[in-house]
Design a protein around this ligand. Structure first.
Ligand SMILES: Cc1ncc(COP(=O)(O)O)c(C=O)c1O
Length: 401
């Protein structure tokens, strides 16, 4: 969205935007009228729409992408009897939540460098990181682009590993005709502020595995017996069923969490799912415009690429400088009202350095991206004028060098 709140510049072009429109208001008013705010009809509708859009049987709405990832790994760990300290492979470029949840589940993240062109986990490096204690891989579909899933799934199958897609940055995309979220044991999405679908806080876990969906739903709800998850579960049932529910509804079978959302977040989700194709069209169109108008700077910057076997949803628009630190260009853009963010860094973060040492020495592509990569917005609230301004500002920076 174009914002003018930055007094030092004429224009501020944000990395994300959000407008509560008529559609959102309609569903929010529906909740206010009905007085029903706990997990109910709108949450279930959001889950159904989301599952369908990702070719999955189940989608479970919870309070963040991190929570979804946390229960996904916890449910697999519990079901397969993995031990504390067992290893989970994660990419060396991702948001910290991907590896944080491995640690919170008392397992060990093992970092794998990413591909230079896509910024996603490099499948060619996976096998050499597998040990007798490796249990799972979490490929992360970064910034809107699916990972190269076939080699990842082939290795996982051959070596007996489970796969959790971290799709928090990538909704609706496909890889070789298969939807993100549907290719692995379980996938996790975020609907946090500035994401593709925005519910304020929010996240979803998708799966085709009924047992896993029951375990995850329970873990999101304090570890509660799945017989009573919503307050509707004891409505309209036979007397015998009611007595069974009454006997079990305060039964907690695992060490769960309070990861629930409300109907308010679901209302925002449902409203945006109804116009998701428009959002996709606007974002991918904006990204195409940026690529087309920045491609003459190819000797200085690497622009996003999309391999022909998948599509890019462009949650963000990444730019990586070829041979220098990002600081000069990033500061120039910020000075001129174009907001930037680091491509989510993890291995160079103080807590990761403290726990794991100098991981950048072993992950040169991640080091280059941490040093030289950032992203700008390409969201649906940007106008052609905004995008032209971004293009002109970047050109001006390189002309002045
Ligand atoms: C790759 C990745 N994983 C996980 C998350 C966590 O999602 P949330 O902020 O909803 O907890 C994010 C958030 O943006 C992310 O980018």
């Amino acid at each position: 969205m174009t914002r003018t709140s930055n007094p030092s510049s004429k224009r501020q072009i944000g990395v994300g935007g959000f407008v509560i429109g008529a559609r959102e208001k309609k569903y929010l008013n529906q909740i206010i009228k009905s007085n029903r705010i706990s997990y109910g009809p709108l949450s279930q509708r959001f889950e159904k729409l989301f599952a369908r859009a990702h070719d999955c049987k189940f989608a479970l709405f919870c309070n963040s992408g991190t929570s979804a990832l946390h229960v996904a790994l916890a449910a697999l760990k519990e079901r397969h009897g993995w031990d504390d300290g067992d290893e989970v492979l994660v990419p060396a470029v991702t948001f910290v939540a991907t590896s944080n949840i491995v640690c919170h589940n008392r397992m060990t993240p093992v970092f794998i460098d990413v591909d230079r062109a896509t910024y996603n986990i490099d499948p060619a490096l996976i096998e050499s990181h597998i040990t007798p204690r490796t249990r799972a891989i979490i490929p992360v579909h970064m910034m809107g682009l699916p990972c190269d899933m076939d080699p990842i799934l082939e290795i996982a199958k051959r070596r007996g590993l489970k796969v959790i897609e971290d799709s928090c940055e990538t909704l609706f995309a496909s890889y070789k005709g298969r939807k993100v979220g549907s290719m692995s044991d379980v996938a996790c999405f975020s609907t946090y502020v500035a994401h593709y679908i925005v519910t304020g806080v929010g996240g979803l876990a998708t799966t085709n595995d009924a047992d896993l969906s029951v375990r995850m739903r329970s873990l999101m709800n304090h570890g509660r017996d799945s017989i009573y998850i919503t307050i509707d579960d004891d409505q309209g049932v036979s007397k015998d069923k009611l007595h069974e529910i009454v006997a079990r509804r305060f039964s907690f079978i695992t060490m769960g969490h309070s990861f629930r959302c409300t109907e308010f977040e679901a209302a925002l989700g449902v409203a945006q799912m109804e116009v998701k194709d428009k959002i996709v069209k606007a974002r991918t169109g904006n990204a195409r415009f940026l690529i087309e108008n920045l491609k003459d700077l190819g000797e200085h910057i690497q622009l996003p690429t999309t391999p022909p076997d998948r599509n890019h949803m462009f949650m963000m628009f990444p730019i990586v400088l070829r041979g220098e630190a990002k600081t000069g260009l990033v500061n120039y853009l910020e000075d001129h009202g174009v907001e930037t963010r680091d491509i989510p860094p993890v291995i160079n973060q103080p807590i990761y350095r403290k726990l794991f040492g100098d991981l950048e020495a072993r992950n040169p592509v991640a080091r280059w991206i941490n040093h030289s990569g950032f992203y700008i917005g390409c969201h649906q609230y940007l106008t052609r004028r905004d995008l032209q301004f971004v293009v002109d500002t970047i050109h001006r920076y390189f002309r002045g060098k």
